[in-house]
Design a protein around this ligand. Structure first.
Ligand code: HPA
Ligand SMILES: [Zn+2]
Length: 340
């Protein structure tokens, strides 16, 4: 397939994004703009200098820069502008449903109220629902490098906004912070009606994926790259039709893989795993949804059938109602039929 044909096909696919950290969609241009209006001086003298710093050898090197960037977010309008910029961008890529993570502790730790962050994010999501017809779910993520007690405090702070939040996740530095560390707070989160997901098996071992399933009772695994090293785990994922939200360009930039040709998504599809593709932190990893689909398709020679399967899987794995899932899946199928 010609490159332009491939990108045109991908552009037209109705897509769902299920693994996106809103703080990771913070483009340098907007970061400088918000820093200026908040009278904050960034450590980088220009947008280009900041972009040059985006070279990572592992997850932690990325997280250090990502948390620094988030420090310029102080006011509700900052969170609103950040979220709106993401939503208009993905709207231009024909993304019709998003399930967005935010990291409350990244902000409350700095003295920014939970309410300030969530209100800005929520207002942008609602506007996108009305004006761009993008449906959404919102997921608050606990930072796994912090204690379970601190996660409990975040759970408590979230309760007045329970109607705006659909689930909880677990992100940040994986190795040394296994899912089991958060067993009780995940149980308490489920008791509040939140759905559960967790990052597992990105840098951490397959054992962490088992823990996320057995100890946290998650309904999706974020990343899960490492599952193929464990046949029993693959059987388990298949038996439960457990989704993996993979992020190929993130994996490449964080050196989870050496090259995109090594990405496990095609093998996962072959095995029948509910594998899906997303962008994770698009402002830092060089691509939104279309670029993740495109670069992966090119590197792995994905067929149209595989692209269709990836798009369908994402709606299947989403938290949309069954009737909405069905509608979007029909749209995907009709789109691919129209290509013939
Ligand atoms: O890719 C990620 N992994 C873990 N934590 C994160 N927080 C933002 N992005 C990530
Ligand atoms: Zn992530």
């Amino acid at each position: 397939m010609e490159s332009t044909d491939l990108m045109n096909i991908i552009q037209g696919i109705p897509k769902a994004e299920l693994h996106l950290h809103i703080e990771g969609s913070f483009e340098p241009e907007l970061m400088f703009q918000i820093a200026e209006r908040n009278n904050i001086t960034l450590d980088y003298e220009s947008i280009d200098a900041l972009k040059k710093a985006y070279k990572f050898n592992n997850l932690q090197e990325f997280l250090d820069i990502y948390y620094t960037g988030a420090q310029v977010l102080l006011k509700e309008e900052d969170f609103y502008d950040l979220t709106w910029a993401y939503l208009t961008k993905v709207h231009s890529q024909n993304v019709v449903h998003v399930e967005v993570f935010f990291d409350p502790q990244t902000h409350t730790e700095r003295g920014v109220d939970f309410k300030v962050a969530i209100t800005g994010i929520y207002k942008a999501l609602e506007k996108a629902k009305e004006e761009l017809h993008i449906s959404y779910r919102l997921i608050m993520s606990y930072l796994r490098h912090m204690t379970e007690e601190e996660a409990f405090k975040t759970l408590e702070e979230s309760l007045p906004f329970k109607d705006w939040i659909h689930g909880v996740g677990l992100d940040s530095s994986e190795v040394g912070n296994p899912p089991s560390k958060f067993k009780e707070v995940f149980k308490a989160s489920a008791a509040q009606g939140y759905k559960l997901v967790a990052h597992a098996g990105e840098e951490g071992p397959a054992d962490y994926i088992w823990e996320a399933l057995d100890i946290l009772n998650v309904v999706r695994i974020d990343h899960g790259n490492r599952c193929l090293s464990d046949d029993a785990l693959v059987d388990r994922l298949l038996k439960e039709n457990m989704a993996l939200t993979l992020c190929p360009l993130s994996n490449l930039e964080l050196k989870v893989i050496d090259k995109l040709e090594d990405h496990p998504v095609a093998k996962m599809l072959d095995k029948g795993i509910l594998a899906t593709i997303h962008s994770d932190d698009p402002a830092y990893f060089g691509g939104y949804m279309n670029e993740n689909y495109y670069e992966t398709a090119k590197a792995l020679n994905l067929t149209k059938d595989q692209l269709q399967q990836l798009a369908i899987n994402a709606f299947e794995a989403s938290w949309l109602s069954d009737s909405h899932k069905k509608k979007h899946i029909t749209d995907v199928k009709n789109y691919f039929l129209s290509l013939n």
